[in-house]
Write a protein that binds this ligand. Structure first.
Ligand SMILES: O=C(O)CCC(=O)C(=O)O
Ligand SMILES: [Fe+2]
Length: 321
C-alpha cells in the first residue's frame, strides 16, 4: 500500500486554538441547529475570521486542486478523549452543532455552500460515516470491505463539487485508508481509444445503495470538458458500460485508478477534501468491532454554484430533493 503524506497541510498550535474558539462561538446560534439559515449565516461570518493559513489552504485548493485532486488539513481541534461512543446506526447524522461538525461547516462555507440529498440520511448537512453491523459487505460508507472508487453521487446532476471527510476516530488497527485517484494523473496513460470511449455517452450510473431509490442517470460520458484537463464522473460499482469498448475502457480506468491510488490513514483531526470533479475516492477494508470505539468520520458535501440546483432546493434551502 502506498502511503503518502504529501499534500498534507498542518496548522500551527495558535491557529488550532483560534479555530476551536471560533467553532465554539457559533455553537449557541439557532440552538445549535446546523441546517438553520441563521446558523449557516453565522458560520459564513465566522469563516471570515478563521486563521489566514486555514483560509489560504482552502482558497488555493478551490482555485486548483492539483494533480491529486485532494488534500488533507491535519491537526484540527477534535478532542478525541472527550468524544462520545462512535455511533452504530447507518442513519446516524449530526443535526446540532459540535466542534467537529462546525469545523466542517466553516470549511464548507469557505469553499461554497454545504448541501445534502434528501433520500440520503434525511438530507443532514453533517453525516456520520461509521461501520454498521450486518452491512460489512455494503458498497457504501456503512461497509467495511474495500469500497470501490467512485465520484460521490455520480448519478446525480447536482453531485457535489467537494466531499469533505473529517476524522474523529481512526479504526482500531489503523488500517482503514481513504483512497483517492485523480484523472489528472491517469490521463497521460489512457490510450486514445479508451479516451474516445470514455468521452462518449455510453455509460449509465445508478444511485448508490445509500439512496435506496434505484434512480438511474441518462447515458452519459465519463470524461467531459477540456481534453487537456477533463472532468470525470464514474462509480466503479454503479456505472454500467453500454458498449464493448465502454466496458474495456472502464476496466482500464479501474487498473489505472489502482496504479495511481493514494491511500491516507486519516487520524483524529485530519480533514480530507476531495475535488469530486477530477478525483474518485474509496476506502481500504478494515475490521470493525462495534464496541463504541470504531472508525468515525463526519462528512459534508459542498457545491460551488448553488444557484444551479435551485429547482431542486425548495425554499432555497441546502437540501436537494
Ligand atoms: O470511509 C471512507 O474513508 C470514505 C467513505 C466514502 O466514500 C464516503 O463517505 O463518501
Ligand atoms: Fe464516497
Amino acid at each position: 500500500m502506498l502511503l503518502t503524506t504529501a499534500d498534507t497541510n498542518t496548522l500551527s498550535p495558535a491557529d488550532v486554538d483560534h479555530l476551536r474558539a471560533l467553532a465554539r462561538s457559533v455553537l449557541p446560534v439557532a440552538r445549535g441547529r446546523l441546517d438553520a439559515p441563521l446558523m449557516i449565516e453565522a458560520c459564513r461570518q465566522a469563516a471570515a475570521e478563521t486563521p489566514a493559513a486555514f483560509r489560504r489552504m482552502l482558497r488555493s485548493f478551490l482555485r486548483d486542486s492539483g494533480s491529486r485532486g485532494s488534500m488533507v488539513i491535519s491537526g484540527l481541534p477534535v478532542d478525541e478523549d472527550s468524544l462520545p461512543c462512535t455511533p452504530r446506526a447507518s442513519t446516524s447524522v449530526q443535526l446540532t452543532g459540535t466542534v467537529p461538525a462546525l469545523l466542517l461547516m466553516l470549511a464548507a462555507v469557505e469553499l461554497g455552500e454545504p448541501v445534502a440529498y434528501l433520500p440520503e440520511k434525511g438530507g443532514a448537512l453533517v453525516q456520520d460515516v461509521v461501520p454498521v453491523e450486518g452491512k460489512e459487505d455494503f458498497q457504501g460508507n456503512a461497509g467495511s470491505v474495500l469500497l470501490d472508487f467512485h465520484n460521490e453521487n455520480a448519478f446525480h446532476v447536482h453531485r457535489p463539487d467537494y466531499v469533505m471527510l473529517l476524522c474523529l476516530r481512526a479504526d482500531h488497527e489503523r488500517v482503514a485508508g481513504l483512497r483517492t485517484s485523480c484523472i489528472r494523473e491517469v490521463m497521460p496513460f489512457l490510450g486514445e481509444e479508451h479516451v474516445a470511449a470514455l468521452s462518449a455517452p455510453e455509460f449509465v450510473t445508478s444511485a448508490p445503495p445509500s439512496f435506496g431509490t434505484g434512480d438511474r442517470a441518462a447515458p452519459a460520458p465519463v470524461l467531459t470538458g477540456s481534453p487537456e484537463d477533463p472532468d470525470m464522473c464514474v462509480d466503479l460499482s454503479a456505472t454500467e458500460p453500454l458498449t464493448p469498448r465502454a466496458g474495456r475502457a472502464l476496466e482500464e480506468l479501474r487498473r489505472l485508478f489502482d496504479q495511481f491510488a493514494q491511500t491516507v490513514l486519516l487520524r483524529s483531526g485530519d480533514l480530507a477534501i476531495v475535488d469530486n470533479r477530477v478525483a474518485v475516492h474509496g476506502r481500504t477494508a478494515f475490521r470493525p468491532r462495534y464496541d463504541g470505539a470504531d472508525r468515525w468520520l463526519q462528512r459534508t458535501f459542498v457545491v460551488t454554484d448553488f444557484r444551479r440546483s435551485r429547482l431542486q432546493r425548495p425554499g432555497d434551502g441546502h437540501v436537494i430533493v
